[in-house]
Design a protein around this ligand. Structure first.
Ligand code: SAM
Length: 250
């Protein structure tokens, strides 16, 4: 077992079966799986999908998997963070028990691609941050970014006893459904994502104090100056971003 690769393997087949059900896999689907491990989920996916593309970084696991997986699984030995997903056959769903070390970069990488839905297991704390609402203790840059890109549901909590070796914390199954229409429009996405990063570096501070440090522009026409970051909704952050973008680029 390689701790640094997040190798906590699922040992409860019923959890894997429920993941496949949540993703409503049919034989039209081409499913991407990141980190097949010993293949508990891979085999169930392959029974229902047209094809499964499984990306596994650990060569030792790859050689065992090759002997046990069905023909409709394309197994690729690679680092899913570095691998260019545009080189893959076009997938429409993603189902994975993600290695917790790459939860954040892999989630944002997935959003660069078109897909219909993703069913993913994350550590519970991470899952809580993904679904958090304004004003709650878990509300974060991740909550706003995910909300902007997708509908995000926490479907169930998975006890740590369902994995071997047992991790320190419980996990959660998340379903992401990318939005066909964004919940609000931003003039410049990079500007928006940079702004929310800066804002959440000081989540308890008032907006005016953060903006005064970031920009040397007059702020009188800027809204929400007396609000604290942790209470601002994603929509309000979008509005703030657009007003600041106009002020900064004029
Ligand atoms: N799907 C299996 C299961 O449910 O038991 C394994 C899940 S385990 C939490 C994470 C898997 O991701 C491991 O097999 C690990 O080797 C693999 N992994 C870790 N980092 C990776 C990366 N950067 N790219 C691809 N696979 C990775």
């Amino acid at each position: 077992m390689k701790q640094r690769l997040g190798q906590n393997f699922l040992i409860d087949k019923k959890v894997a079966e429920r993941e496949v059900d949540y993703a409503n896999i049919t034989n039209d689907d081409i499913v991407l799986e990141i980190g097949p491990g010993h293949g508990i989920l891979t085999k169930l996916l392959a029974e229902k999908a047209q094809k499964v593309i499984a990306l596994e970084i650990d060569e030792n696991l790859i050689s065992n998997l090759r002997d046990s997986i069905p023909n409709n699984v394309e197994l690729i030995n690679c680092d899913a963070i570095k691998f260019d997903f545009r080189a893959l056959p076009k997938f429409n769903k993603i189902v994975s028990n993600l290695p917790f070390q790459i939860s954040s970069p892999i989630t944002f990488k997935l959003f660069d691609h078109e897909f219909k839905l993703a069913v993913l297991i994350y550590q519970k704390e991470f899952a809580n941050r993904m679904i958090a609402s304004p004003g709650s203790k878990d509300y974060s840059r991740l909550s706003v970014s995910v909300y902007y890109k997708a509908k995000c549901e926490l479907l169930e909590t998975i006890p740590k006893t369902c994995f071997k070796p047992q991790p320190k914390v419980d996990s959660g199954i998340i379903r992401l459904t990318p939005r066909k229409h964004l919940p609000f429009s931003v003039i410049d996405e990079k500007f928006f994502f940079d702004l929310i990063k800066n804002l959440f570096n000081h989540r308890r501070k008032k907006i005016k104090n953060i903006l005064n440090e970031l920009y040397s522009i007059p702020l009188e026409d800027v809204p929400f100056l007396n609000n604290r970051v942790e209470n601002l909704t994603p929509e309000q952050m979008g509005e703030l971003s657009n007003i600041l973008y106009d002020l900064v680029s004029n």
